[in-house]
Design a protein around this ligand. Structure first.
Ligand SMILES: [Zn+2]
Length: 265
C-alpha cells in the first residue's frame, strides 16, 4: 500500500514539474502560456505525445531531440525527479503522521498545503537556476495562496506565521544592507518572507539555517572542483527553497536533533 501511494504521488509530482518547467521557459521567452504545443529548444519541432512523458521520454530518447539529435537540457528531467520525490515524501509522511491525527478537512488541507509549497518552491528554484532571477509574480502568487491556506488551517493563529515571515525578511534584509547587495538581493528578501510565512516560528529559522548550510556546502564543492570561482554568481533561491521544503516535512525532527546535539549536551 505505501509503495502504491508513493508511486501515485511520484507520478503526480513529476507531471506537475513538467508543466512548471514549461511555464518557466515560456515566461522567460515571453511566449503565451496557454497557446501552442511544446517544442524542441534547438530546432523548434513540436513534440509528440511520447516525448512529453516526464522522465521516461528523456530515458527513451537518451537525452537527445528526436529530429535534430541535439542534447535536451537535463535540468528539466532532474526537476521532474525532484518534485516527484517531494510529492512522494509528502504523501507518505502525511499518510503516516497527519491523516490519522488531524480531523478530516484539516488533514486534507495540510496535504494541499504541502503539495502547493513543494510545487511553488520547485518552480521558483528552477527559474532562479536557469535565469538567475526570483520572479516576483511567483513569490506574490505563492504568498496570496499561502495566506488563504493558512487562514483555513490556523484561523487567527496565522498571524504568528506572518510575523515569522517578517522576521525572515528583516534578517535577510540586514544581510543585503551589510553586504551592499552582493550575493543576495531584493528577490531573496521577498522569498525569505514567503519561507517564514509557510514554516512559522521557530521553524522559519530552521529553514534559513538549512538554506545557508546547504548553499555554503555546495558553493565550496563547486569552487574546489573548479566548476565555479568565488567571483561567480551562484543563485541562492534553490538553497533557500531546499531549506523551506525540508523544514515543512521534517522541521520538528531537525530542530529536536539540533537542540539535542548542540545546545543540550
Ligand atoms: Zn530538436
Amino acid at each position: 500500500m505505501p509503495i502504491l501511494l508513493g508511486l501515485f504521488f511520484f507520478i503526480s509530482g513529476a507531471s506537475i514539474a513538467s508543466f512548471l518547467c514549461n511555464l518557466s521557459t515560456r515566461l522567460s521567452k515571453n511566449e503565451q502560456v496557454s497557446r501552442g504545443r511544446s517544442h524542441c529548444d534547438h530546432c523548434g519541432k513540436n513534440l509528440s505525445w511520447y516525448e512529453l512523458i516526464p522522465i521516461i521520454s528523456y530515458l527513451f530518447l537518451r537525452g537527445r531531440c528526436h529530429s535534430c539529435r541535439k542534447k535536451i537540457d537535463v535540468s528539466y528531467t532532474l526537476t521532474e525527479c525532484i518534485l516527484g520525490i517531494l510529492f512522494a515524501l509528502s504523501g507518505l509522511v502525511w499518510h503516516q503522521s497527519i491523516y490519522a491525527t488531524l480531523p478530516e478537512p484539516q488533514a486534507w488541507l495540510m496535504l494541499a498545503f504541502w503539495l502547493v509549497n513543494a510545487s511553488l518552491f520547485t518552480l521558483i528554484s528552477y527559474h532562479d537556476y536557469r535565469h538567475f532571477l526570483i520572479l516576483d509574480r511567483f513569490v506574490a502568487a505563492g504568498t496570496i495562496l499561502n495566506l488563504v491556506l493558512l487562514a483555513l488551517l490556523y484561523q487567527i493563529q496565522m498571524l504568528t506565521y506572518i510575523a515569522a515571515g517578517g522576521l525572515n525578511a528583516l534578517f535577510i534584509g540586514l544581510i543585503v544592507l551589510a553586504t551592499k547587495g552582493k550575493g543576495m538581493g531584493e528577490g531573496d528578501i521577498k522569498l525569505a518572507f514567503l519561507i517564514g510565512l509557510v514554516t512559522g516560528f521557530p521553524h522559519n529559522f530552521t529553514a534559513l539555517f538549512l538554506g545557508f548550510v546547504s548553499g555554503a556546502c555546495i558553493g565550496v564543492i563547486l569552487i574546489i572542483s573548479k566548476k565555479k570561482t568565488s567571483k561567480d554568481i551562484i543563485p541562492f533561491g534553490p538553497f533557500l527553497s531546499f531549506g523551506a521544503v525540508t523544514t515543512l516535512l521534517f522541521g520538528e525532527q531537525i530542530l529536536a536533533w539540533y537542540l539535542r546535539s548542540f545546545i543540550i549536551f
